[in-house]
Design a protein around this ligand. Structure first.
Ligand code: NAP
Length: 291
């Protein structure tokens, strides 16, 4: 069994971007600039956004963190987004989800210019991805592709089973693994909460992407010998032994699944760091597209 080390691959992506940014600076060109909008004080969202902003700074990108109160109106939020749309220096905009209930996620996502949609959630970005046109790919699925590519995992002709069909992970990774490209050319089965016989389906999989948000859901008896297992899940579970009071659990029961796999991502240190690397890649692309 080989660990798919997201920390290591993410670091390689960042090192590459850092040297490219240094070259741009020498040439007197603008450096990539990400604007991150954070609404309210959700602990997990705070952690994700600060890690994205810190990652930008570490590699020489500019970043602007816009903090807004959780009682902000939808109209005021859309106004802030539009300011970022109009600001030439800003290349990428991300609005950290989830949003407060009174704000329409759809309106916010559609409020971002497609050329700055580095999260890849805008319907036009999604449509372009589905049609195989150049597009910003959603960060988590894109990060998974980068990981598969780095470890040269064969995907052509493989049966990929995706557990989860969300717009940010399950659905897009199902489309990307099914495209006529590498990584891709899989035969894909997408499972969800109404799928009967999930265990039987998983046992037919060469590649399993678990993205459902249920800690340790995928157990060893659901995985066939030699499968590649990608664990997207991030759930905070109470843990009194940690200073923070919680630890992070994935959707895969690592103890029982790892011995059966050919490759597996750890949690933490697998898909999480790759998501940030992919966001940085998208921001880089958004910047150089303006050259
Ligand atoms: P989500 O929007 O809640 O979607 C969960 C999906 O899993 C849904 O499609 C749901 O089916 C399906 N599901 C739930 N219970 C199931 C069950 N028992 N059997 C089969 N399918 C089931 O979640 P998400 O946003 O995709 O996130 C999934 C997990 O990934 C979460 O733990 C999240 O924190 C994590 N995540 C990690 C990263 C990262 O960077 N590593 C990024 C994003 C998300 P229905 O459609 O039928 O409800």
């Amino acid at each position: 069994m080989q660990l798919l080390d997201g920390k290591l691959v993410s670091q390689a992506v960042r090192d590459d971007l850092r040297s490219k940014v240094a070259v741009r600076l020498q040439q007197g060109r603008k450096v990539p600039h990400l604007a991150a909008i954070l609404i309210g004080n959700n602990g997990a969202s705070e952690t994700y956004v600060s890690s994205k902003v810190r990652s930008c700074e570490e590699i020489g990108f500019r970043s602007t963190l816009i903090r807004l109160p959780d009682d902000i109106s939808e109209e005021a939020l859309l106004f802030h987004i539009d300011e970022c749309n109009q600001d030439f220096d800003i290349d990428g905009i991300l609005v950290q989800l989830p949003l407060p209930k009174h704000i329409s996620e759809q309106k916010v996502i559609e409020g971002i210019f497609v050329g700055k949609d580095v999260d890849g959630f805008h319907p036009e970005s999604v449509g372009r991805m589905v049609q195989g046109l150049p597009a910003f790919l959603p960060a988590t699925p894109y990060g998974i592709l980068l990981l598969l590519e780095h470890y040269r995992i064969e995907t052509k002709g493989k049966h990929a089973v995706i557990i989860g069909r969300s717009n940010i992970v399950g659905r897009p990774i199902s489309i990307l693994l099914n495209r006529n490209d590498y990584p891709g050319n899989c035969t894909v089965t997408v499972c969800h909460s109404h799928t009967p016989n999930l265990k039987d389906i998983c046992l037919q999989a060469d590649i399993i992407v678990a993205a459902l948000g249920r800690p340790a859901f995928l157990t060893g008896d659901m995985v066939r010998e030699g499968a590649v297992v990608i664990d997207v899940g991030i759930t905070r579970v109470p843990d009194s032994s940690k200073k923070s009071g919680f630890s992070i659990r994935g959707d895969v029961d690592f103890e029982t699944v790892a011995p059966r796999c050919s490759h597996i991502t750890p949690v933490p240190g697998g898909v999480g760091p790759m998501t940030i690397a992919a966001l940085l890649m998208n921001t880089w692309q958004a910047c150089i597209a303006k050259d």
